[in-house]
Design a protein around this ligand. Structure first.
Ligand SMILES: Nc1ncnc2c1ncn2[C@@H]1O[C@H](COP(=O)(O)OP(=O)(O)O)[C@@H](O)[C@H]1O
Ligand SMILES: [Mg+2]
Length: 171
């Protein structure tokens, strides 16, 4: 299969404000497991880091931990160790070459960690085909966004339809 093929599923969710984006992250966070990759697209200020921070803080809170989750703008990657599971938060905006993906160890992390990747277009061919893509689009209102979720992988279709069942699902 080619990543240019049409996605196996695609759904849109309206997010009225930053809290709605956090709610989406909090619904998804408990379902994430080793080997899950989220490719988070959208322009500067769309809320990519806000979404990632909400996912990571939710998983930290589940272990009784409260920690700052800084944007990895300069470090490119921040790794969170959650008792046997790593969450990798990457911001690839400054990545100069797709070869750097290997240098950062991201290609290995895609297999063994939960990876949240901002600016995933920088990955080029290294983007995993089994990933969930979350595209955040600014809306008309300054705080509104549309989240477009898509994947080539049936697992994500079932995870996302599970979100609908908990009342925070696709509109
Ligand atoms: N619906 C929304 N979803 C996410 N963030 C929002 C929303 N509405 C307003 N914001 C604000 O927009 C900013 C997004 O910043 P950030 O997450 O760093 O963006 P990005 O990582 O996409 O560049 C945050 O200050 C956040 O509070
Ligand atoms: Mg960011």
């Amino acid at each position: 299969m080619d990543s240019a093929d049409p996605p196996e599923f695609r759904t849109e969710i309206s997010l009225a404000d930053a809290e709605a984006t956090e709610d989406l992250a909090i619904s998804l966070a408990p379902k994430l497991q080793a080997g899950d990759v989220l490719l988070i697209e959208g322009p500067i200020g769309a809320g990519k880091s806000h979404f990632c921070r909400s996912v990571i803080q939710n998983r930290l809170a589940a272990l009784g931990r409260a920690e700052d989750v800084p944007s990895p703008t300069y470090t490119l990657v921040q790794v969170y160790d959650l008792e046997g599971l790593e969450i990798w938060h990457a911001d690839l905006y400054r990545l100069t070459s797709p070869d750097d993906v290997f240098e950062l160890g991201l290609n290995d992390a895609f297999d063994h960690a939960v990876c949240l990747v901002e600016w995933p277009d920088r990955l080029g061919a290294a983007a995993p085909e089994g990933a969930l893509t979350l595209h955040l689009m600014p809306g008309l209102d300054p705080d509104s966004r549309t989240a477009i979720l898509s994947a080539h992988n049936a697992r994500w279709a079932s995870v996302i339809s599970g979100l609908a069942a908990c009342g925070n699902g696709p509109t």
